[in-house]
Design a binder for this molecule. Structure first.
Ligand code: SAH
Length: 347
């Protein structure tokens, strides 16, 4: 008998499953609320469920609950990095960032990544496996319980390419915004993708209210190919057309992420080309000074170059911000904590 992955199921599916077990539907509602509202770490916490029902659940299901391996807290800004161990022994990382407007969690969507972006630590070991819906949700649940902080914003910008794990990420988006769960507003959720064109079209058709962020990182196809292998598969004109469709269908302003890599994509000419590429789109550009990783020799653009790039875009009337570096003292960059953990295990 294969065990049911109960935390990955939608509200309706939980009710159905519970009735298939011979229980009343309201038990399903109670169970769903224990998992996704009260954030129980095990069935034993669900004290108002009859013991006989809990025993059935233990027999027929797996209950995902991530183990905290390590929590690092930044002395600079209070950012916390969580390293979690999954039931099969893999480790993943998530980040809690505290802003004036609320607490934001950055979740991982895969164990590793197969997209191969040259500057990114998450992709160094390739892809191990997709995360289940329950494993993506539980990153937020365990952080909320451990920190005692209410999470109001979510960014899917940790390890992995979310649109390469489409169904489970979609389940996550529905689960995290479910009225019987944490009920986080979809408007407070951002999904970042390197640009899987067919999946962006699919996402546009889901009629969600989440923000789509595209990892653009270059002003033309040639430069993009040098940084991101996925650019060999999809041309910028198709990627941007898919983003435009997302905007047309949802009305949500687009975010373009642009990691500035010293000497590669940070000249004033690059800024001018970038403007021609996206001018007229309802968008916002988020500049990220590249976080150098030791396995690659990319360097950060210097502060003056970054300011020049930003000013140039602003002159064209483009809405632009520079991403604040959070948790610089605790392996701030994407996938670096997990990477250093994996290295320490093998040495
Ligand atoms: N797979 C998704 C999520 C990745 S992480 C995507 O590609 O969008 C979120 C953002 O951080 C992406 O824009 C990614 O390209 C960027 N990023 C990854 N490593 C980085 C680094 N070392 N320095 C700066 N930005 C980085």
């Amino acid at each position: 008998m294969t065990l049911i992955d109960i935390k990955s199921l939608s509200y309706e599916k939980v009710l159905e499953t519970v009735q298939d077990m011979g229980e009343k539907a309201f038990r399903g509602k109670q169970l769903y609320e224990w998992m996704h509202g009260k954030l129980a770490a095990s069935y034993d916490e669900m004290t108002n469920l009859p013991k006989s029902f809990r025993d059935k659940l233990k027999e027929q299901t797996v209950y995902t609950s991530l183990d905290i391996v390590e929590v690092l807290t930044s002395r600079i800004d209070g950012t916390q990095k969580y390293l979690f161990r999954l039931a099969d022994g893999h480790v993943i990382e998530s980040v809690l960032m505290k802003y004036k407007h609320g607490n934001s969690v950055c979740v991982s969507s895969q164990v590793g990544c197969r997209m191969g972006c040259r500057f990114c630590a998450s992709t160094l070991g390739g892809l191990n496996r997709n995360l289940t819906t329950g494993e993506i949700l539980d990153q937020i649940y365990r952080i909320q319980v451990h920190s005692g902080e209410r999470v109001s914003n979510v960014v899917i910008m940790g390890t992995g390419e979310p649109l390469d794990n489409y169904d489970n990420v979609l389940g996550f988006l529905h689960g995290i915004s479910d009225e019987y769960g944490l009920n986080i507003s979809q408007r407070n959720i951002t999904l970042s993708t390197c640009g899987l064109v067919p999946r962006i079209h699919d996402l546009a058709g889901e009629h969600l209210q989440i923000t789509l962020a595209l990892s653009l990182h270059a002003p033309n196809d040639e430069k993009r190919r040098a940084l991101m292998p996925i650019a060999n598969k999809y041309e910028l004109k198709d990627v941007l057309a898919a983003c435009q469709e997302y905007y047309d269908k949802t009305g949500r302003r687009l975010t373009f992420e642009y990691s500035l890599v010293g000497g590669q994509n940070d000249s004033e000419e690059d800024a001018a080309q970038l403007n021609s590429l996206i001018h007229g789109m309802n968008c916002h550009v988020n500049l990220i000074p590249v976080n150098p990783i030791k396995e690659r020799d990319f360097v950060q653009s210097n502060k003056k170059v970054i300011d020049k790039f930003k000013n140039k875009l602003e002159k064209y009337g483009i809405n632009v911000t520079i991403r604040r570096e959070m948790g610089r003292d605790i392996h701030g960059a994407c996938g670096q904590l997990r990477q250093s953990y994996l290295e320490s295990e093998t040495t």
